[in-house]
Design a protein around this ligand. Structure first.
Ligand code: DGT
Ligand code: CA
Ligand code: CA
Ligand code: ZN
Length: 607
């Protein structure tokens, strides 16, 4: 924030960038089997890595001679480094990149792949980057090459898998703030008419491979240069007339596309994807004798649409489709029939039903959380601290839970226009029983139940365990139903369809936990739950005030990706109605079944 002016100045080349350039040189030279030189570049890269002072400073102070004093850096190399520091480019490297346009650093980071292998893969199969390599391995095209076999495909895929776990995709929650910041800066660049996020971030996928930005401008050259010079750009992979590809200091890659205003809508549609959605759109265009690409929708050479997305969809006979739905999962058929759901929207939530405080492992008091929630525009929150079995989180026993409920009643007497609900996040034990007695649960307003231990039970056991908890009439919500932690813990092995059916039968609410590494239920399961007529809650699972915004930011995004409407979400209701729905009977106590017409959604499922 507020960094825009700095981003327009040319930023000094960092030591990391110099080291990367030297390594890249070394790899390209090794690829060409040049003797000795690769080792010299590699050594120089190590020397640069070890430096504490910025090279740019040394260069400004003592020029080439200063650089030459570094261990292992001779005259020729000092020249090259100086050139990079002074101009932001290294001509020799650019020549090599041009001749073999591959991501040699990325590819050689894959276990078991060296520069010579990279060269063969490029020459024979046109593979330029890790994604291309993965695809070729999966399509079994690599095994036909000399010195590669079925075994090496397997090994490379394993190597790529390891990479993906660390340097690969990042959580939407980490990426979105960075992406929004860059989007805002792009809008401030001179010559920019429109600028927006595209790709998987715009679709709000739970993890992001790289960032995509789109700009409408009449001066792509100038805007592209300004983008490449932003302070958080670490490396420029390529800079063409309509496209700039960079790596950010956060480790994420970003692509910028530059188009005219007349093509902005078509380009936005194209670069938002998903690829599958694009392919399906193009097929529709073809059946109408039209051609769709990133420049517009054409009949012959006549352009029918392109300025806005709405115009493009309309010309194809479709309603505009929210980006979160663009996965070719029935949205196009629904749009053709005018039956897209009206999705829940940001700003629709009125309460938050899972919040931890300093009574257990949260960092703020009940008052502080209530205050922060009210500032976000919420009308109520439930305090759901952990219970007994979670010793690490100092889980409450019955006595403490009731003490806390009493404190909450006291607080509510002071609050105007805001309500704090008493509650708990109880543990579902191995056998499906709970770690808090029913008599205590009966006195709480919101009871969430969750699996926090014994994650590796068999599917049969786990499913039975969870369903038994849902059948407890005091349990209102199943918190983070599959207990996954993206990148850390696999979801538990659960028959989610059976759990959804049990939730509908018992009138238990299913949660979308909005913590960026949980997002649980995930999008595909949300869709199943909605189709089955289950009711959802979208909660932050906040452990501090700063987490409260996650519910609206990421939880609502997941709900939208799961085709959920406002009516499917219990905490989009005002507090009294929300409570009435939560306590609407209980398992076996004649709870009214929710049966709503789903004609629109069923229609979309036919194909
Ligand atoms: P990511 O980056 O892996 O999280 O996912 P996306 O969807 O952002 O994918 P990305 O960055 O490769 O491409 C951005 C969009 O550009 C993608 O959603 C659709 C479009 N696109 C890219 N390559 C192709 C292509 O070869 N064919 C088609 N039809 N569309 C493409
Ligand atoms: Ca992307
Ligand atoms: Ca991209
Ligand atoms: Zn939990």
């Amino acid at each position: 924030m507020g960094r825009a002016p700095a981003s327009r100045r040319r930023r000094p080349v960092s030591n990391t960038e110099v080291a990367h350039a030297l390594r890249e040189m070394s790899l390209f030279l090794e690829m060409d089997e040049v003797p000795f030189k690769p080792r010299a570049y590699e050594k120089a890269a190590l020397a640069v890595d070890a430096l504490e002072r910025p090279l740019a400073e040394i260069d400004a102070e003592a020029g080439r001679e200063g650089i030459e004093r570094l261990p292992g850096v001779g005259k020729r190399l000092a020249e090259k480094i100086h050139e990079l520091l002074a101009t932001g480019r290294m001509a020799a490297l650019e020549r090599l990149r041009k001749r073999t346009p591959v991501d040699v650093l990325g590819l050689t980071a894959v276990e078991g792949l060296g520069p010579k292998g990279v060269h063969v893969l490029y020459e024979e199969l046109g593979i330029r980057d890790v994604r291309g390599l993965e695809k070729a391995c999966r399509e079994e095209r690599v095994r036909a090459l000399p010195h590669f076999g079925a075994k090496s495909e397997e090994k490379l895929l394993r190597g790529i898998g390891l990479l993906a776990g660390t340097a690969g995709r990042q959580l939407l929650g980490q990426v979105l703030p960075v992406a929004r910041d860059i989007e805002a800066r792009l809008r401030g660049f001179s010559g920019v008419k429109r600028a927006t996020l595209a790709g998987s971030v715009r679709r709000r996928k739970e993890t992001i491979g790289d960032l995509d930005f789109l700009v409408a401008t009449r001066d792509p050259d100038k805007v592209g240069r300004a983008f490449a010079r932003m302070s958080d750009v670490e490396h420029v992979y390529g800079h063409g007339e309509t496209k700039v590809m960079v790596r950010l200091t956060s480790g994420m890659d970003a692509d910028l596309r530059l188009v005219s205003e007349a093509s902005f809508g078509a380009a936005l549609c194209y670069f938002t994807g998903s690829k599958a959605h694009n392919v399906a759109l193009r097929r529709i265009a073809q059946t109408r004798g039209l051609k769709l690409n990133e420049y517009g929708l054409f009949r012959g050479s006549r352009k029918l649409a392109g300025r806005s997305e709405e115009e493009v969809y309309q010309a194809l006979g479709l309603d505009w489709i929210p980006p979160e739905l663009r996965e070719d999962a029935g949205e196009i058929e629904a749009a053709a029939k005018g039956r897209l759901p009206r999705l829940i929207d940001h700003g629709d939530l009125r309460g938050d039903l899972q919040i931890q405080t300093d009574w257990t492992d949260g960092s703020a008091s009940i008052d502080e959380m209530a205050d922060a929630a009210r500032k976000l525009g919420l009308e109520y929150i439930a305090i759901t601290d952990h219970t007994r079995d979670l010793a690490m989180a100092r889980g409450s026993d019955e006595k403490r839970l009731l003490e806390q409920a009493e404190a909450i009643r006291g607080l509510n007497r002071k609050l105007r226009g805001f309500r704090v609900l008493s509650g708990a996040e109880v543990n579902i034990r191995e056998d499906g029983s709970l770690d808090v007695a029913d008599e205590a649960l009966a006195q709480l307003e919101v009871v969430g139940a969750a699996v926090h231990s014994r994650f590796r039970q068999s599917r049969t056991q786990m499913t039975r365990r969870v369903i038994r908890a849902l059948e407890n009439p005091h349990v209102d919500i199943l918190f983070h139903p599959t207990a996954r932690s993206i990148g850390h813990r696999e979801p538990v092995d659960l028959d989610v369809d059976a759990v959804i059916a049990a939730a509908v039968r018992t009138g238990t609410v299913l949660e979308i936990d909005a913590m960026p590494d949980r997002l649980d239920l995930r999008d595909a399961y949300v869709r199943k739950a909605v189709e089955a007529g289950a009711l959802l809650a979208i909660d932050s699972d906040a452990h501090q005030p700063g987490h409260l915004a996650y519910a609206d930011e990421f939880g609502v995004a997941v709900a939208r990706r799961g085709w959920a409407r406002k009516a499917d979400v219990v905490n989009a209701l005002p507090v009294t109605k929300c409570l009435a729905r939560l306590k609407d009977g209980g398992g076996g106590r004649g709870r009214r079944r929710r049966r709503r017409s789903r004609a629109g959604m069923r229609g979309s499922e036919e194909t």
